[in-house]
Design a protein around this ligand. Structure first.
Ligand SMILES: *[C@@H]1O[C@H](CO)[C@@H](O)[C@H](O)[C@H]1NC(C)=O
Ligand SMILES: *[C@@H]1O[C@H](CO)[C@@H](O)[C@H](O)[C@H]1NC(C)=O
Ligand SMILES: *[C@@H]1O[C@H](CO)[C@@H](O)[C@H](O)[C@H]1NC(C)=O
Ligand SMILES: *[C@@H]1O[C@H](CO)[C@@H](O)[C@H](O)[C@H]1NC(C)=O
Ligand SMILES: *[C@@H]1O[C@H](CO)[C@@H](O)[C@H](O)[C@H]1NC(C)=O
Ligand SMILES: *[C@@H]1O[C@H](CO)[C@@H](O)[C@H](O)[C@H]1NC(C)=O
Ligand SMILES: *[C@@H]1O[C@H](CO)[C@@H](O)[C@H](O)[C@H]1NC(C)=O
Ligand SMILES: *[C@@H]1O[C@H](CO)[C@@H](O)[C@H](O)[C@H]1NC(C)=O
Ligand SMILES: *[C@@H]1O[C@H](CO)[C@@H](O)[C@H](O)[C@H]1NC(C)=O
Ligand SMILES: *[C@@H]1O[C@H](CO)[C@@H](O)[C@H](O)[C@H]1NC(C)=O
Ligand SMILES: *[C@@H]1O[C@H](CO)[C@@H](O)[C@H](O)[C@H]1NC(C)=O
Ligand SMILES: *[C@@H]1O[C@H](CO)[C@@H](O)[C@H](O)[C@H]1NC(C)=O
Length: 626
């Protein structure tokens, strides 16, 4: 066989195009930092004499500045600001500087003044920030790779440049997924894109076009194809400019699970606070852990049916909201109980949370700045007997003087009895309402079609289900209580609550505010404890009020309190948090109030890391850096 036939065979092979190669991007290291370069270049620069820059390298790092005509000194102060403001930028990008439309005289004069930085020019417009240039002149964005050290993500995401996403084809050290985030310098916030460049993680119960959804169940993840549409709350955030960087850990089918025994299909995320081995609470476990642990992540989207945003926010010391029920459609989202389900956000920064809430709830949120002058407190301490109690009393004192509001202690149970709506105590009337709602709504909406689809594909088999949802669903099948009765009880409570406890008010949206203690940090919840068997989540408590009344419930971190850790044998600190409630529909008022309290110095942004107050490395990776 001669050379000629070999050549012919090769041509036959390649002309069919059956093995087309497409780029999924590149990974590079600059200094000791890992970067991902998305596959699509954003511009082309003619590479002339700059070719020498490449030496043997495939890519050359460079910095684009906005506009032209700066003096050398101005350029130095501009790039110094980049270093300060952006975690993706680093000095390595100063090997070359791209100045659009620079003329030869100007470029040469800059070059003469500074020989360590090569000057590139061209006609392409580039957003300012760090880039990589290929030898063929293609310009690629720089996305920094971070390790998901707290196991908060289930899947990574990178935009395909249309309305769909792919899994990030990159990995780094850390025994976890690598998450890619773009330079903050590329984005300019505008009225249309108030979340431009804001990095967000999405609870893995919301569909994102192009990615699979797991709902915390491995069989589900593999049974169904990648989503062909994006859930409405997520799409609203993307439309406002948010950058989706991945999907985040949820307990299975958003049921309340405790680490570790309950989490069989997947593990719970790791709470960064205190000794690093505290439960994250659930179900928005990954969203809480990620918001608390990672400086590089701005906000996360969770969901709250019976506390799934509020509890992870409380125990991880971040802001988090359960909105009024029904503010935004939940298409392409796994339901737990549609009469209770809400999409809520978690963030260290209350101002980002406010902007994101506006983008997500759109016309259904109204911001107002006239505040109630009455505060009802539920279960607050009466004396500053501990550090947590002092924080709680100071907070109420600070807010009441800020609003010039009176404070009254309130007891829901006695108020209910006093108002004579029913002869039955709240705690007994509503004891089974939540478990009936979640099981008798989720079983037909989620379990039954899942079992049928799985059985059809797997010769009649049943998929693996974690103990908690399995026990709950089974209880829901067998109880003599009905969905109708649960809804009737919920309605009865709501109607009493909205006419006597938190009443709509024309001027201040709500006649009063209701505060309850989110957490005192005094009861560590270790993840290395053996648990008892799961039971249906019966009971009525302060945590249940917003679900049954449909009123908003916002968690604010107010500090931290010490505990003796059985893990470290040392004093560690856990978050202290307050929940703020108002009448249904007053989300915008609460968010404005939180912003005002932040501006008055009464509330602070939470820090990422071991402590929400002082930051610091997460204990198990102390001293290792980002
Ligand atoms: C070259 O560019 C510099 C800086 O933008 C500008 O000041 C100067 O007038 C330009 N010279 C010519 C000949 O266009
Ligand atoms: C050269 O320019 C870069 C980028 O502005 C700056 O960081 C560096 O300090 C400059 N070097 C000198 C010697 O001026
Ligand atoms: C999208 O997915 C849903 C659910 O899997 C399916 O019913 C629908 O036909 C799909 N739509 C398109 C346009 O593929
Ligand atoms: C606002 O609420 C209504 C009623 O729940 C809903 O139909 C509408 O879709 C919501 N708007 C948005 C932007 O989701
Ligand atoms: C507290 O303020 C509210 C609203 O101004 C008022 O209706 C209520 O009577 C006050 N309560 C007390 C105990 O002063
Ligand atoms: C509310 O009152 C009931 C008695 O009606 C009591 O058992 C309960 O402890 C009180 N709750 C609080 C938070 O004080
Ligand atoms: C609530 O229901 C649980 C489970 O059926 C039961 O054990 C408990 O006694 C009930 N509590 C009240 C206050 O009715
Ligand atoms: C509803 O309330 C009645 C009492 O009014 C109670 O007996 C029943 O257990 C409740 N059921 C549910 C599901 O909430
Ligand atoms: C519910 O009832 C079915 C049928 O009687 C039974 O097989 C199952 O064990 C029961 N489940 C629970 C959780 O009680
Ligand atoms: C109060 O609750 C009842 C019962 O759910 C509801 O029909 C009514 O619209 C609510 N009113 C307000 C002002 O929210
Ligand atoms: C920790 O334990 C020591 C010794 O038992 C005790 O004195 C101290 O009060 C404890 N601290 C906390 C915050 O519980
Ligand atoms: C909050 O209250 C405490 C105790 O009265 C006081 O020391 C502190 O200055 C107040 N903080 C603000 C921001 O008003």
């Amino acid at each position: 066989m001669g050379l000629r036939s070999l050549l012919a065979a090769t041509l036959v092979c390649c002309s069919t195009g059956s093995a087309a190669v497409s780029s999924t991007g590149f990974t590079v290291e600059l200094g000791d930092v890992q970067y991902f370069l998305p596959p699509k270049s954003v511009a082309t620069i003619e590479v002339g004499q700059e070719r020498s820059l490449f030496d043997d390298a495939t890519f050359v790092p460079f910095t684009a500045v906005h506009g032209s005509g700066y003096s050398a000194g101005e350029i130095t102060s501009i790039t110094a600001k980049y270093l300060e403001e952006d975690d993706v930028f680093q000095a390595g990008f100063l090997d070359a500087l791209y100045i659009p439309e620079a003329n030869q005289t100007y470029a040469s004069s800059l070059q003469a003044r500074n020989t360590t930085t090569a000057i590139l020019t061209g006609s392409a417009t580039l957003s300012p920030g760090p880039y990589f240039l290929s030898a063929t002149g293609k310009v690629y964005e720089a996305w920094r790779l971070y390790s998901d050290t707290n196991s908060a993500f289930t899947e990574t995401a990178i935009s395909n440049g249309d309305d769909s996403y792919s899994v990030l084809p990159a990995g780094i050290i850390g025994q976890n997924l690598a998450i890619a985030v773009p330079s903050r310098l590329y984005y300019q916030k505008t009225a249309e894109k108030p979340l431009a460049g804001i990095r967000i993680g999405i609870k893995d119960i919301y569909d994102i076009k192009g990615l699979r959804t797991s709902n915390g169940n491995r069989a589900w993840y593999w049974l169904y194809p990648p989503a062909n549409a994006t859930a409405t709350p997520v799409q609203n955030l993307i439309d406002a400019g948010a950058i989706v960087v991945g999907k985040m850990i949820t307990s299975q089918f958003a049921n309340g699970e405790s680490a570790t025994a309950d989490w069989v299909s997947y593990h719970e995320a790791f709470n960064p606070r205190g000794d690093g081995y505290q439960d994250t609470s659930s179900s928005s476990s990954g969203g809480g852990a990620g918001a608390a642990a990672y400086e590089w992540l701005d906000i996360t989207l969770g969901s709250d049916t019976g506390g799934s945003v509020r509890n992870p926010s409380q125990v991880q010391g971040v802001y988090g909201n359960r909105p009024s029920h029904g503010l935004v459609g939940l298409e392409h989202t796994m339901p737990m109980s549609p009469v209770l389900d809400t999409p809520g956000l978690l963030s260290r920064d209350p101002l980002i949370l406010k902007v994101a809430a506006k983008a997500m709830y759109k016309e259904n949120i109204t911001f107002s700045t006239s505040y109630p002058s009455a505060i009802k407190t539920l279960g607050f301490p009466t004396a500053p007997s501990t550090i947590a109690n002092t924080l709680l009393l100071d907070f109420v004192g600070n807010v009441s003087s800020f609003l010039n509001a009176n404070v009254t202690t309130f007891n829901l149970s006695t108020a209910w009895i006093a108002s004579n709506v029913s002869s039955e105590r709240l705690e007994s009337m509503l004891n089974l309402t939540y478990p009936v709602l979640i099981t008798q709504q989720q079983a037909p909406l989620v379990r039954d079609p899942f079992y049928a689809d799985y059985a059809a594909k797997h010769d009649g088999r049943r998929p693996f289900i974690d103990p908690v949802p399995l026990v709950r669903w089974g209880w829901g099948d067998n109880t003599t209580e009905t969905l109708d009765r649960a809804i009737a009880n919920k309605t009865m409570f709501m109607s009493w609550f909205n006419s006597t406890v938190l009443v709509a008010n024309k001027q201040t949206c709500s006649d009063s505010l209701l505060f309850y203690v989110g957490t005192t940090g005094a009861a560590p919840d270790y993840r290395n404890v053996y648990l008892s068997d799961p039971r249906p989540p019966a009971g009525f408590g302060q945590n249940s009020i917003s679900g049954f009344s449909e009123a908003p419930d916002y968690v604010v971190p107010i500090g931290e309190a010490p505990y003796n850790s059985t893990i470290t044998g040392h004093v560690e600190y856990l978050p202290v948090a307050v929940d703020i409630m108002a009448a249904k529909g007053c989300d915008g008022m609460i968010l404005s109030l939180i912003e005002a309290l932040y501006e008055a110095g009464i509330l602070k942004k939470a820090k990422a890391g071991r402590s929400g107050v002082t930051g610091g490395d997460i204990l198990f990776k102390r001293g290792v850096g980002a």
